[in-house]
Design a protein around this ligand. Structure first.
Ligand code: MG
Length: 393
């Protein structure tokens, strides 16, 4: 057990009412660049391989909002219903874990959507020798204490003062025990590190991130929106080849083209859609078609390849991204692609949810050279250009 990787569970606290941000819905469900803030926050936790499972503590009134906001994901457990106060919500969430033992738990505010995966990893790594880890940054503003009329009473020395962030990380046993004890205490706490402190559990600070802000007011949300509207462009390439065998049509670009042979492969062997799938996955550095749909898995036998491309585009969309342009080149002696070019562009565009004007389909022969020239197979090359929110890892 000593060298085994610890089991890590993440609890996102989303049960608050968020009245300071205004608006008709609690702030964790307000839209940020087209997705609920909670969905942005979840992404890093679901994508980080060091985290085994994630659950969100929600307000009982928010079940429908939660279902609408959050994607299906194998790591996401059913939501836990929170209590009247943050402390009670976290306690409910921890209690919900009792049946599924975990070594470590990260507790995170759902309205901090910019915590990076490297911050999550640094908290987890620091728990190797500690029971409680707090990401925090030294306070840089000069601090004033004021009276109720807004007049300064004193300047507060800021040496040794930190602003606390989340995710805060804990060994499960000590934080569970601290929460259980705190439940019987009249004291109230605004974060989990303060509950650990109160219970006598040493809390060590690791550097937080300036970008890891808590979205509290409507202004915070506007600033986050401006930040996410800054995008960056990435490209990916894909290549595929399949052999020709007996048959009466080939699937190319999602279009069945009558031909005196068929492409041979585990799925429908559509080299064009396979190359495009790899190009989209390449643009987001998210493995390849074989890692998402292993050829050894019988469930992909004969399957229509539009599933693969739609999956890659969904992976991109889950990160707040979109396809800008797809450029496909088919390399084949026959059949002729020209008569089917527009049908392929329309079909590929429909699969990806983009305009056909953003899909190029080109074709060339191999001048009768090599295996393609001898008519033994068909190859495809693809380039995908995608847009992602700037600063995505
Ligand atoms: Mg293939």
């Amino acid at each position: 057990m000593a060298n085994a990787r610890p089991t890590v569970f993440a609890l996102l606290v989303a049960a608050g009412r968020g009245s300071r941000a205004g608006g008709p819905v609690p702030k964790q469900y307000q839209a940020l660049a087209g997705r609920a803030i909670l969905a942005h926050t979840l992404t890093a936790f679901l994508d980080e391989p060091a985290i085994d499972a994630v659950a969100v503590v929600i307000h009982p009134d928010d079940e429908a909002r939660y279902r609408a906001a959050v994607p299906d994901h194998e790591k996401l457990r059913p939501p836990v219903l929170g209590g009247g106060e943050r402390q009670e919500s976290v306690r409910n969430g921890l209690a919900g874990l009792g049946a599924a033992p975990t070594d470590l738990v990260l507790i995170h505010d759902a309205v901090r959507p910019f915590a990076s995966r490297s911050l999550l990893r640094s908290v987890i790594e620091a728990l190797g020798d500690e029971d409680a880890i707090l990401p925090a940054l030294p306070v840089t503003d000069t601090l004033k204490r004021a009276d109720t009329t807004g007049h300064v009473e004193a300047t507060v020395p800021r040496a040794g003062l930190y602003g606390a962030q989340t995710p805060q990380g804990f060994r499960f046993g000590p934080i569970m025990a601290a929460h259980a004890r705190a439940a019987g205490s009249p004291a109230s706490f605004t974060d989990d590190a303060s509950i650990a402190e109160w219970a006598g559990v040493p809390v060590r600070i690791v550097p937080g991130e300036a970008a890891n802000v808590k979205l509290t007011t409507a202004d915070d949300i506007r600033m986050a929106e401006a930040r996410l509207s800054t995008t960056e462009t990435r490209t990916g390439t894909g290549y595929d080849v399949h052999a020709l065998g007996p048959g009466s049509s080939v699937m190319l670009g999602g279009v069945a083209i009558p031909f005196d042979r068929s492409l041979v492969g585990h799925s429908d062997a559509d080299v064009a859609l396979h190359a495009l799938t790899d190009a989209v996955l390449g643009a987001i550095a998210d493995g390849d078609i074989g890692s998402h749909f292993p050829p050894s898995d019988p469930q992909w036998r004969g399957v229509s390849s539009d599933r693969f491309l739609a999956h890659a585009v969904a992976r991109l969309a889950a990160r707040g991204g979109a396809v800008v342009h797809l450029d496909l080149t088919l390399i084949a002696e026959a059949p002729k692609v020209g008569p089917h070019r527009e049908a392929m562009r329309n079909r590929i565009a429909a699969i990806c949810g983009i305009d056909p004007g953003r899909v190029a389909v080109k074709a060339t022969t191999n001048e009768k050279m090599g295996f393609i020239g001898r008519g033994e197979g068909i190859a495809a090359l693809a380039t995908a250009t995608v847009r992602l929110p700037a600063g995505e890892p």
